[in-house]
Design a protein around this ligand. Sequence first.
Ligand SMILES: *Cc1c(COP(=O)(O)O)cnc(C)c1O
Length: 415
Amino acid sequence: MLRMSVFRREIPPTNGLPLQARDFVGRPHQSLTQAVQQWLHLPNEPIITCSGSAALMLALEVLAHREPERDEVIVPAYTCPIVVLAIARAHCPRPLKIRLCDLAPESVNMDTAELASVCSARTLAVLATHLGGRVADVSAIKAVAGPHGARVVEDAAQGMGARVVAQSVGLAGDVAFFSLAVGKGLSTYEGGLLFAKDDALHERLREHAARRLNPNLFWTMRRRAELLGYALLYRPAGLPYVYGRPLRRALQAHDEAMAVGDTFDRSCFPVHRMDDFRQRVAANAFERLPAFLDEAYSRARSRISMLSTISGLRVADDTPGVRGVFPFLMVLMPSKARRDRILDRLWTSGLGVSKLFVHTVPEYACVGPFLPQSELRSYPNARGFADRMFTISNSAWLDDDAFRLVFDSVQAGLA
Ligand SMILES: *Cc1c(COP(=O)(O)O)cnc(C)c1O
């Protein structure tokens, strides 16, 4: 097995923006929400929430109270499993029912034919997920959902900064959210941003968030401490303690969902107001974000070209007109066996190679209780992603020499 170097170092699996000491003391030029609004040319100032999941929950609550007869939410069968908990926890006139839709073959997009068969007059919303910074085809989803009167919610948890032509993701659908969780780019340790392009709907979201998110001293103090821990340990010398060791322990216990942090319980989803202090820290860090993402974009471009010289694999890339974000590269292998062979060598090597979501949504034990029986079936194309994909970090700490080690190993795995 490859080990990274003589001294213990660990490259994070995603490209989070590292914090600096001055982020904790400086006065930002602008609030976080104003800065993001200006940067992405959003028509409305986004609403800060305690997590991306909480943002999704609030969005669905507002939509459901407008149209109480609609009670189904359609979710891609390959996504972050906590999305399911966010839907299940929404307080709506009727409990929301989750419907799953398979992906199209070899695609991050849902299969539109299957979507058409799941969509109905009961559909409240369809989630358009910009998986791993790849931009979903929102207009294709709208074309199916629109005639049924269903709304499109853009899950841009991993997509802040991605654009279609010149427009930010999140403005093609009705409502959208970004995540500010650890590892998704800019971070408040946990946090989210929620917005709608329609002014009236955005105002409703704002009012609802103000009512629903109350200050909570315990979570405020806990998240501040966690953010400080992130600032101190999110670096190659700190990550062995908070990422590498728990990863190896989880893999030894054959708990892959734990290894990638995919498991959840109710305590991982608190609902409370984001504190001003963490917003200030993120507003300071934000000043480095656009340049940080540009640099990550160029790095991704050159590494995708390199990887594309290896025949037999495919790297998920932007479609024409799209400039996505690259927290990591998603590499799709021809078979599960070949993917597993590469991960056997690289997953615990400290080189930032990992899996995105280890299972399809219904395969997570923690998700089962929240899904209707009808949805507990197999989703072959989602399964293809879970089985054949691995990710390569796009962190700058994976420098060219370290990337070369990964590249050689992947090439050998396909030989
Ligand atoms: C992380 C993630 C979420 C949830 O965001 P949190 O801020 O962690 O609650 C939702 N959807 C996708 C696709 C994600 O990657």
